[in-house]
Unconditional design. Structure first.
Length: 100
């Protein structure tokens, strides 16, 4: 079990679950975060053990960044969590431009 590496989508789901929500607006959370997290979970279920396509990776990262924004996660933590995921899967050069 020491060599276990979660799937890309599993790592994204972990980041969502482990990142505190600093937004007091529960309606915004329900309307924005929950559907985005559901979409990621749906993709994970569809893919199973298969690797996501570049387009799916880009979609998931965009959803993750949206979730971080709604949760009002500090920029440094957003970068740290995203860098950790991208590095773990060798995706630093996937061609996504981040505006933060």
């Amino acid at each position: 079990m020491d060599n276990y590496v979660p799937t890309f989508l599993g790592s994204v789901q972990k980041a969502i679950a482990c990142t505190p929500n600093n937004n007091d607006d529960t309606e915004e959370y329900k309307q924005e975060v929950l559907p985005a997290a559901r979409r990621i979970r749906q993709l994970s279920e569809q893919l199973g053990s298969n690797q996501p396509s570049t387009e799916q990776i880009q979609e998931v990262i965009a959803l993750l960044l949206k979730i971080f924004e709604i949760k009002q996660v500090e920029m440094a933590e957003r970068r740290e969590r995203l860098d950790e995921i991208l590095s773990l899967y060798g995706l630093q050069n996937i061609g996504i431009i981040f505006d933060f």
